[in-house]
Design a protein around this ligand. Structure first.
Ligand code: PBG
Length: 326
């Protein structure tokens, strides 16, 4: 062997043990949060077509799924509810009899160690599909805030460990914080969906959660994909309002935003590996166009490398299985 004039970076890549020792980033099932769609009824397990392997589940099935997740080390779930009735104000979002509230208490009872987070938004509950109540064709930010607070309180009352407002209303974190505090839930943390973009990657979710807007779009309250610095203002505002954790969503097309947020803020950061990111990999995998498992792990690793502390992913169980194989 000669003494090369250039660096020999391959020296450290030749031995598998050394490669393992030198891993800069390690994924762990304990940083995954598994989102689930719960519906009313019993024994319901309805496959969501664009998201192979993911179902709408009634409370009993959601409990089983939580126990399965726990077996592989996934200790946290994020719940979305699909209600019996929708109306213009999303009134069933705060009902203790609805799917989410019921699921929270059933899961906490069956698996007290599971950390249950709930999504707080009105879009699944309104008949127009927008994330707040309307004033004409506009979302009425101010009138929406008490409804979001009421919803969060109903989740806490059911036993939720954390609430996650995703409606992108200004002041939603502050409104929920004071609502929780007034009702003796001062120890329930809030995870703000702080930097949430108006993204095409939510398409499969809207089929899963039956929450597509009936008219218009969400561009007046969600951020445009062109905005990087604006995301930092959103995150700063949420922290100022009392968010205990902040989120960047989607993850894959916004890795730079995750990275920048992790450099600028000390508040823990979650990243949401959204429905469209899951569907793309699943579809290409099923077509035999790429290796689904490897692509999924590569994407999750990129999110971690960008600086996310927590990853919300529909692949949580699959990825945890792979990690447990070592
Ligand atoms: C509700 C909400 C959405 C998602 C999470 N919460 C959809 C939206 O804003 O239209 C998307 C999650 C995903 O795509 O997996 N506001």
């Amino acid at each position: 062997m000669t003494n090369d004039q250039y660096a020999n970076l391959k020296r450290l890549r030749r031995n598998p043990t050394l490669r393992e020792m030198l891993k800069e980033n390690r994924l762990s099932a304990s940083e995954f949060i598994y989102p689930m769609f719960v519906v009313n009824g019993t024994g319901v397990k309805t496959p969501i077509e664009p998201m192979p392997g993911i179902n709408q589940m009634s409370v009993d099935i959601a409990v089983e799924e939580t126990l399965k997740a726990k077996e592989f080390g996934v200790k946290s779930v994020l719940l979305f509810g699909i209600p019996k009735h929708k109306d213009s104000t999303g009134s069933s979002s705060s009902s203790q009899d609805e799917a989410v509230q019921q699921a929270v208490s059933a899961i906490k009872k069956a698996s007290p160690g599971t950390y249950v987070i709930t999504d707080v938004c009105l879009c699944e509950y309104t008949d127009h599909g927008h994330c707040g109540v309307l004033d004409g064709e506009d979302v009425d930010n101010k009138a929406t805030l008490p409804l979001l607070a009421k919803t969060a309180i109903s989740h806490a009352r059911a036993g939720a460990d954390m609430v996650a407002p995703s409606a992108m209303m200004d002041g939603q974190v502050a409104a929920i914080r004071s609502g929780l505090d007034e009702n003796n839930f001062c120890n329930i943390p809030i995870m703000g969906y702080s930097a949430k973009y108006a993204s095409a990657f939510y398409g499969p979710f809207r089929i899963a959660a039956e929450s597509s807007p009936r008219f218009g779009d969400r561009n007046s309250y969600q951020m445009a994909p062109t905005q990087g610095r604006e995301a930092m203002r959103e995150i700063a505002a949420d922290i100022e309002e009392g968010a205990d954790l902040v989120m960047v969503k989607p993850a894959l097309a916004y890795l730079d935003v995750i990275k920048e947020a992790s450099l600028q803020f000390d508040t823990p950061i979650a990243a949401y590996n959204v429905s469209g990111e899951y569907s793309m990999v699943a579809a290409a995998g099923q077509a035999g166009w790429l290796d689904q498992e490897r692509s999924m792990m590569e994407i999750l690793t990129s999110i971690k490398r960008a600086g996310a502390d927590l990853i919300i992913t529909y692949s949580a169980i699959q990825a945890a299985k792979i990690l447990s194989r070592g």
